[in-house]
Design a protein around this ligand. Structure first.
Ligand SMILES: NC(=O)C1=CN([C@@H]2O[C@H](COP(=O)(O)OP(=O)(O)OC[C@H]3O[C@@H](n4cnc5c(N)ncnc54)[C@H](O)[C@@H]3O)[C@@H](O)[C@H]2O)C=CC1
Ligand SMILES: O=C(O)C(=O)COP(=O)(O)O
Length: 387
């Protein structure tokens, strides 16, 4: 029986994918796998039983990826599974920043007792007029699962869309509408666009990317949208730009004490992926990833180990070795197996950055002594045998 622990509430539709071989546990200490959304895991200590963490979502900045890799814990995410939910809220964010929908609705609520409200609304409405999206320039920074959907949708609203992503994947490039202008210089977006939306992960290289310098290049009255992570935008610089009117609206999905309440900021409490569909999609994908890893050792959509797939285990014994990506690992691993006269039926080795993964199917049982010898190989981080 495998055990899993939910660190955040996870959609039941996803959890229903677990077979009868899986049981939830109320604390993470005995879990084989943890399912998580945005809960902060950086301060957590991980028990030795823990083999996998699945982020039901995209951003993994709440998880200590390297610490997990060093402990042989594979971290998964669910790329694209909540992208449509975010895309729709970004479009809503653009509309909220373009028309004073919030001001108008507030006016109606404040005047709900007014028996003459229909007539008074016609007089009041000029205070809430706005602009249209059609014909405006939109810059999309980061053309991954979300950025591509936002860019394509915006073209259907009649926007003139510019995309920037120096690491764009082939898949994303294929999905991108041909009418989107590809730019290789992000400054072009800052200088020319009326709306700028950021869809990059929070990395050391992206933190603070929308700071004083970027803001100074932008057009007067620009609208900036951030549905990716708070740290991408330098709060102090953004508050100054809002106060000065340089940025007309900053629409963000990430409330912080610095930004909440600042005039011109439209702040949403991290609702991008909070739709039934996104929650179900993410949970289903996360559960499937966990089951395939625990039962077959296959890794798909990991963010700290290479993807590696040998299909269903069948009647073979499968040895899984998580190790550093250094020379002579396969030689040392197969030498241990050869010493014990074990026949390798199939072997796959993949690497990703500092880490690598070797999957081996053997025809015979694996003795405990062999597992111990494999663990003794320097640079091996974890050995698991499924039989
Ligand atoms: N508000 C919400 O509820 C949600 C927020 N997110 C956030 O949005 C981010 C993006 O999500 P996805 O599109 O699903 O991820 P993704 O991994 O599909 O796309 C990210 C893209 O950013 C690009 N990129 C990386 N560094 C860049 C840079 N310096 N400049 C330009 N492009 C760069 C990558 O090449 C990739 O194409 C996530 O990392 C997460 O932080 C994701 C889902 C929900
Ligand atoms: O998937 C992401 O990166 C998100 O930001 C969504 O977060 P959530 O699962 O709604 O806590």
């Amino acid at each position: 029986m495998y055990k899993y622990h939910n660190l955040n509430p996870i959609s039941k539709v996803g959890l229903d994918e677990f077979t009868k071989d899986y049981a939830p546990v109320s604390t993470p200490e005995t879990a084989d796998a943890i399912l998580v959304r945005s809960a902060a895991m950086h301060e957590m200590e991980f028990a030795t039983d823990l083999k996998a963490i699945a982020r039901a979502g995209a951003g993994v900045n709440n998880i200590p990826l390297e610490k997990c890799a060093e402990q042989g814990i594979v971290v998964f995410n669910t790329p694209g599974a909540n992208a449509n939910g975010v895309k729709e809220l970004v479009i809503a964010g653009m509309l909220l920043a373009s028309r004073d929908i919030i001001g108008g609705i507030n006016w109606v609520q404040e005047n709900e007792e007014d028996g003459n409200i229909a007539k008074d609304a016609e007089k009041a409405k000029k205070a809430f007029a706005g602009q249209e999206l059609q014909g405006k320039k939109l810059g999309v920074i980061g053309l991954g699962a979300i950025g591509v959907l936002v860019a394509n949708a915006a073209t259907h609203l009649g926007m003139d869309v510019y995309g920037y992503d120096p690491y764009v994947s082939v898949d994303s490039a294929w999905r991108l509408s041909r009418s989107i202008h590809h730019t290789t210089n992000v400054d072009e977006i800052y200088e020319n666009c009326d709306y700028i939306t950021v869809h990059v992960p929070a990395l050391d290289s992206t933190k603070g990317m929308i700071g004083k310098d970027a803001l100074s290049l932008m057009k007067e009255g620009v609208i900036v949208l951030n549905f990716a992570r708070d740290v991408l935008v330098d709060s102090e610089a953004m508050v100054d730009a809002l106060v000065a009117g340089k940025v007309k609206h900053y629409v963000t999905d990430f409330p912080t004490p610095e930004i909440a309440g600042v005039k011109g900021a439209i702040v949403i409490p991290h609702l991008g992926a909070s739709t039934e569909e996104s929650e179900d999609n993410c949970a289903k994908m996360a559960v499937k990833e966990v089951m395939d890893y625990l039962e077959n050792g296959n890794i798909r959509h990991s963010v700290n180990y290479p993807d590696c797939d040998m299909g269903l285990r069948g009647d073979k014994t499968r040895i899984l070795v998580l190790h550093h990506n250094v020379p002579n690992m396969i030689g040392q691993i197969s030498a241990v197996l050869a010493k014990d006269n074990m026949n390798i039926a199939d072997l796959t080795n993949k690497s990703k950055g500092k880490y690598a993964y070797t999957m081996i199917d053997v025809d015979s049982e694996v003795q405990e002594g062999v597992v111990e010898e494999l663990k003794q190989i320097g640079e091996v981080l974890r050995v698991r045998v499924i039989c």
